[in-house]
Design a protein. Structure first.
Length: 108
């Protein structure tokens, strides 16, 4: 049996600002952005080459903005990623801080 993790909800306080960060700064693809109702908006973003996406929005989770911890982004060549403009970024939102830091992994 095959199991895959395909979507991770990331709670944010400002959907438009978070979407702009992930697409403009981190290079994620904006797959979906649907205003389902007045209370619900669903935005799906996918890192380049990744089978797993993140979901941000309103009315999609009870998690507090900034409460998700422990996710790691993995790239084959950190120098290429950094050269493409992906640097350690901290996005400060009311009630939360999200930090994306490139980490070098040596693979032998």
């Amino acid at each position: 049996m095959e199991w895959r993790l395909e979507l991770v909800q990331v709670p944010v306080s400002d959907v438009d600002r978070a979407k702009a960060f992930y697409t403009d700064k981190a290079g994620f693809n904006a797959d979906h952005d649907h205003q389902v109702s007045d209370e619900m908006r669903f935005v799906q973003l996918t890192p380049p080459g990744s089978p797993t996406s993140i979901a941000i929005g309103t009315g999609i989770t009870d998690m507090a903005p900034g409460s998700l911890q422990g996710l790691q982004m993995v790239v084959a060549d950190i120098d290429v990623s950094v050269g493409a403009g992906f640097r350690a970024k901290t996005v400060k939102e009311p009630r939360s801080t999200m930090t994306m830091v490139p980490v070098r992994y040596e693979v032998s």
